[in-house]
Design a binder for this molecule. Structure first.
Ligand code: SF4
Length: 375
């Protein structure tokens, strides 16, 4: 099985925390859609005729595309790739794009999952991070999406936003859980260098949330989602039974995927490649059959690092015999030697041949993962 990821690098405005490659350049949309169709043709053999299990439109803001533009891309995928009948087909949307008209118009398209970037239900938070929508718009967007017949909805939230208190986060979670969505992705805020939010922190213009409160916020997230029947199947991802994101899971299971569009990444089990992060350069290269990506062949250590990093973040855990089989006894011994201090201190536990993080371990997951990396 394999996946297709399509990057739509347009945003109507920049959120202050975001360091993804996007541009505010709607005039480029029609020609970019044609370039994406061309790339789908050029790279038809990248995943070697494997059936496509997941298709994911991410961004940026895919919900900026019209029904005709989505249809054009789907026609290309259908004619060039073999898409599994039960494939998971997702697009990311901003709440203010999910009008009743738009939802009704896209209903006939093959989408069976929508991921809505809400981030916060607090209007002060939303203004501060320069989101386009209000809390009421977010709630209405989820309800309208449900009323339009979509029954696999994910929402994105961020905890630890500037000035956020534990009580405010609890309120956010209650609002989110009342909406009866099937999946929640919740990430602790990180300050990425060069973003406006990072500069605001450097200038002392905002109040950050300290690590202790961040940890409490995370524990509250785990507790409240669990109480409502969600499974924490990865550190930042929570799903009702049978609603794990197959797109995310395929990354974690290290299945191959083709990434199309400016700055999209691809993986074919032996190498990673990434397209140029410029709409103009990407379109020019695609249209003139020039090179539009860089490629890196993964060493054994790279593949081991990826395996440890992704598997330890999931509740399925790190399969020790799989690690020995795929990366050899030396790297497996290195991992087991370095993880011992964390199993001894109950940050990691071993059962059924798998290593998994405990609740305490999740709080220091980055520290644990650094100790296990092999350079
Ligand atoms: S809408 Fe999404 S991709 Fe665009 S700036 Fe905001 S967070 Fe980044």
């Amino acid at each position: 099985m394999a996946g297709i990821y399509i990057h739509i690098p347009f945003c109507k405005q920049r959120c202050t925390y975001c360091d993804f490659y996007t541009e505010v350049a709607p005039g480029f949309i029609p020609s970019l859609v044609e370039a994406i169709v061309l790339e789908l043709k050029i790279r038809k053999d990248y995943i070697q005729n494997l059936p496509i299990n997941t298709i994911y439109f991410g961004g940026g803001t895919p919900s900026i595309l019209s029904v005709e533009q989505f249809s054009r891309i789907f026609e290309a995928i259908d004619s060039l790739y073999s898409v599994a009948e039960d494939a998971e087909i997702t697009f990311e949307a901003n709440p203010d794009d999910l009008t009743v008209e738009f939802l009704n118009a896209i209903r006939p398209l093959p989408f069976n999952r929508i991921s809505i970037g809400i981030q916060s239900f607090d209007d002060c938070d939303l203004k501060r991070i320069n989101r386009r929508h209000s809390s009421l718009q977010a709630i209405k967007a989820v309800k309208d999406t449900q009323n339009a017949g979509f029954d696999n909805i994910s929402i994105d939230l961020i905890y630890g936003l500037p000035f956020q208190t534990l009580e405010a986060w609890e309120k956010q979670l209650d609002t989110a859980l009342d909406l009866q969505v099937q999946h929640i992705s919740a990430y602790g805020l990180t300050y990425e260098e060069g973003t406006l939010l990072w500069k605001q922190r450097e200038n002392g213009a905002i109040e950050t949330v300290d690590e202790l409160i961040m940890n409490k916020m995370y524990l509250l997230l785990v507790e409240k989602t669990k109480h409502k029947g969600f499974e924490a199947y990865e550190i930042s991802n929570f799903a009702l039974p049978k609603y794990r994101s197959r797109h995310n899971s395929s990354y974690w299971k290290q299945e191959p995927y083709l990434g199309v569009g400016p700055s999209a990444h691809s993986y074919d089990l032996i190498s990673r490649q990434w397209n140029v992060s410029s709409i103009a350069e990407y379109m020019k290269a695609i249209n003139t059959h020039a090179t539009f990506f860089e490629r890196e062949v993964l060493s054994l250590n790279d593949r081991y690092n990826d395996f440890v990093m992704v598997s330890l973040r999931t509740t399925d855990g790190l399969d020790v015999s799989k690690m020995e089989k795929e990366f050899g006894t030396d790297l497996a011994a290195y991992c087991l030697r370095n993880i011992k201090t964390f199993t001894d201190s109950e940050k990691v536990y071993y059962s059924d041949g798998k290593l998994r993080l405990t609740a305490d371990g999740i709080q220091i997951s980055n520290l644990i993962l650094i100790q296990l990396m092999k350079v």
